[in-house]
Design a protein around this ligand. Sequence first.
Ligand code: ZN
Length: 613
Amino acid sequence: MAKYLVKITIPSIQDTIVRSRKLKDLTGGSELIPRIMQSGLKSLANDDKVEFIIPTKDVIKEDSLNITNVAYLTIEGEKEQVIEKVKRMKEEMFKKLNTLVDTVKYKIPDKEFKEYENLIRYQIRNAINIVWAISEIKDNDIVKAKNDVDIAVANAKASIEPDNKSIEGFNLFKKQKNQYSDFENYQDFMEKAYQLNPELIRGAYLCDVCGKRVILGATEHDFKNSITKDSEKDRLCAFCYAKRYYLEKEKMKEAESKNERERKSVADAALAIYLQRENKNGEKYEELIKGKFIENNLEYLFNKDIEYVYIEELNGHIKELEKNPDKNKEEIEKVKKLIDSLKGLYENENKENEKIGYPPVYYAIVVMDGDSMGEKISKAFEENKIIDITEKLSEFSKEVKGIVEKYSGISVYSGGDDVLALFPLETALKGYMEIISQFKDKFKDMKDAGYNFTASAGLVISHYKIPLSYVLQEARSAESKAKKVDKEKKEKDAVCIKYIKHSFSSAEALIKNDHLQLFEKLISFLSDEDFPFGFIYQLQELLLPYLPKTEDEEPVKKLIKYLIEKKPYKRKDKFAEFMLDTKELFNFKEPEKIINTLKVAKFIASGVQNDRN
Ligand SMILES: [Zn+2]
């Protein structure tokens, strides 16, 4: 009997996931795709004519979400039968997608659901594409069959790429292509564009999250009307609205059973370690802070969003309330009192022992994926090692969750070699280092067979107020920079670490994964209590004539040595030696990179330092 290789995929998932304004959008989007893939593959799990290649059968059967958006399997049978089975699989996947309609139905009033039902169904049904191809495996040549399905799927994908110029097929508005081109940077754009042309920000009345579909509730007379705006600040399409909420019930149950607050904001990542810390009397910071909210009859704020532990957020809340001063008079007074008592707790000047410090505002996003995976997968198909690799990858993605948890992070997505996770600043680097070494370890016994599994990543540390969609974009672009670390040798295996402050000022450093221990050593120097204040900025000034690059490295070395020696710092000899000898981190012909590496290390050091106090 004939045997066919089947490839089925949901393309552009990065797009579905990355378009997020809230942590909920991100977690919702990234769980949705594996769930859809799984429900399709499951429909064939008990068919003895079917053999799964990627992912493996046990991954499909267990209720894990380690499924990638691409699947390969073989089906024995006549061509028509095979196509029939693939179509059934696709139907199951769409059935799963369509359960999002129920999420919307559950969230909005019946009357409005009925009024917009057609649009809701249309937007959800068309939110994702499913692309598949089959090819007969002749003479056992699975490699040729794989080439065939790869090409067919690539062609199919190209033909369904969304047309960015029109909106759901209609050319209603002329969309600006590069929205940022007239502006200096993103911040500049945010500040000026809204005044000049609010449609730019509103995406010409398109959904605030995806920018692709019309806002649910918009009419031809009122494009801005939104039926989600009562519960949301954002104006959303049906798909993004459902994506934000479809996990809500499940997640809340899960959090309740663990007796935890549901983690829904990036601030939850920033605060994860801080809140668990204890003061000298063994009282948890979380309980101490919550106590202040309870004392002031504002416990609901604490439960609503953890961001209210920041004084800045409470001040913002007061501003909102002051729009209606008579009605909110009492509430405003309560919040003002809460601010005073929180400041007392954070600063506690009379009792040094009981001071807990201000809550940290930075968290990190790590995006990682395997280097040149396509090549390796093809090679593995040829050499009949693909099952081995698939199994290892699914083991790895399960282990990632454990590592992320161990470092108090939030695992958003881990499927195959892909990882997306949030960490508090204090543990981000450690967490990433363990993930990368786990990945390499997993495959080290395949090195002799010519498989050198490495991965590259973007690690972006951001202030919690920076828009999540922007931070995700930055993390993705940091990841691609890491993959270009050494263009000549075509070596990857690196990480690009970047921080973004609330003012949008930033710096980044590109570091090979093998040199991260050296980078940690650098951080430990910069964490010393007597490390000279202002050192990096003075160095930057001294090196000004040589920035960004120079042919002659001698003066750069001399100036570095000179500045360190002038400073009162206990470990200065060791530090000077370290800087001048560590060529893996410092290239003296590129002093600008040296400055940036120091800035990033210093930034992480200040987070780690807080951790120790
Ligand atoms: Zn949308």
